[in-house]
Design a protein around this ligand. Structure first.
Ligand code: FES
Length: 112
């Protein structure tokens, strides 16, 4: 994050949209002595929403780097999980094809 961008953010700027974490909350945790992404993530839930930090991680890392003087390139990255995405139970049960057949029968007016 450039200085120009950080100058435009207020304390109430949302850093993590998924978990509704503000810049002020991040700054307070850093002021309490937290210096790693994982520590801040665990206490604030920043980065634990459906996008798994895809949107907020760079902002968090830049704020942490700015406040502590760390180099972003040398920061330990948090554990990654794939972003959450809705999936139909039929797909998990291997019945994706059956679902299409049911829809085709319904389209023909044959019921399911
Ligand atoms: S914006 Fe932070 S987890 Fe999605």
């Amino acid at each position: 994050m450039s200085n120009q961008m950080s100058n435009r953010m207020s304390n109430q700027t949302i850093i993590c949209r998924c978990e509704d974490v503000t810049l002020e909350e991040i700054q307070n945790l850093i002021a309490e002595g937290l210096t790693t992404i994982d520590e801040i993530k665990r206490l604030s839930r920043c980065g634990m929403g459906p996008c798994q930090g895809r949107n907020c991680r760079p902002l968090l890392m830049n704020e942490l780097a700015r406040a502590t003087g760390q180099d972003v390139r040398e920061m330990k990255m948090p554990a990654f999980r794939p972003p959450t995405k809705p999936i139909k139970l039929g797909i998990l049960l291997g019945q994706a094809g059956r679902e299409e057949n049911c829809q085709e029968r319904a389209d023909r007016g044959e019921g399911s």
